[in-house]
Design a protein around this ligand. Structure first.
Ligand SMILES: Cc1cc2nc3c(=O)[nH]c(=O)nc-3n(C[C@H](O)[C@H](O)[C@H](O)COP(=O)(O)O)c2cc1C
Length: 227
């Protein structure tokens, strides 16, 4: 049996064990926040999407879903408007939604190529769970609509982070369907509601391809006023 302490143990095994240990440790001792921050930071630094076509069963259990949603809605919310809600799409509803999207697309544009329609049909057939994040806007409120939509975007992003923290893969997709009023009606959206995201969640069937990330230094500047 491979020892976790011996020189032959892979570093990742040691790190995983250490992470679990740190979580227990920090819940027991209040003075170790720095350690917890480091491990959380590692997780956040490693976030990346898994393309929906690489996602499959299993999806989160009901217990994991409960935890995921409770975590996902802990977002900044100016004015405490709760400007979002979640709609789950899973099981047979995924295939049915795909069929209806294909119909709507054909209705919107009779010349759309068959290959595009086939993609619409398949869109929701990979990940076992899709969470539509819906922004519920209060127009004319002193909190600008942009801030309400951003709060909903934070929910979507939290779903990505939470799914990954639970060991799943996830991807934030929109596509034309997120902006189509017939699709909105089909999903039961009322006026002033917007689809912000379809978050696809499942088990990665293969490692997700990494992409080149922007250089943070190239995107950072600092404000200086002349003295
Ligand atoms: C608002 C929003 C909408 C997106 N919609 C799509 C989409 O419709 N199709 C797509 O391929 N990627 C879409 N993406 C990008 C993916 O979610 C993801 O960021 C991309 O696959 C790169 O992976 P990464 O998250 O690891 O950088 C969207 C991202 C955002 C923020």
């Amino acid at each position: 049996m491979m020892s976790n302490c011996g020189p032959e143990a892979p570093a990742v095994t040691w790190l995983d064990e250490a992470r679990k240990g740190f979580a227990r440790y920090t819940s027991a001792f209040a003075g170790t926040l720095l350690i917890r921050d480091m491990t959380s930071f590692d997780l956040l630094s490693e976030r990346s999407s898994v393309p929906s076509r690489l996602l499959g069963e299993p999806g989160p259990t009901s217990e994991q879903l409960e935890r995921l949603f409770a975590m996902a809605i802990r977002v900044p919310d100016h004015g405490k408007l709760i400007p979002w809600r979640l709609l789950l799409v899973r099981g047979e509803a995924r295939r049915q939604l795909g069929e209806k999207l294909a119909e709507i697309h054909r209705h919107n544009d009779p010349n759309v190529p068959d290959a595009v329609i086939a993609k619409d049909r398949d869109r929701f057939n990979f990940a076992p769970l899709i969470v539509a994040v819906i922004a519920r806007l209060t127009p004319g409120h002193k909190v600008p609509e942009q801030e309400q939509i951003l709060s909903a975007g934070c929910v979507a992003y939290n779903l990505l982070l939470g799914a990954q923290a639970l060991g799943f893969g996830a991807q934030w997709l929109t596509g034309w369907a997120a902006y189509d009023r017939r699709v909105a009606a089909l999903l039961g959206l009322v006026d002033d509601e917007r689809i912000v995201s379809f978050v696809h969640i499942g088990t990665a069937r293969e490692p997700a391809p990494e992409r080149v990330r922007p250089d943070p230094a190239a995107l950072l500047s600092e404000l200086h006023f002349g003295s």
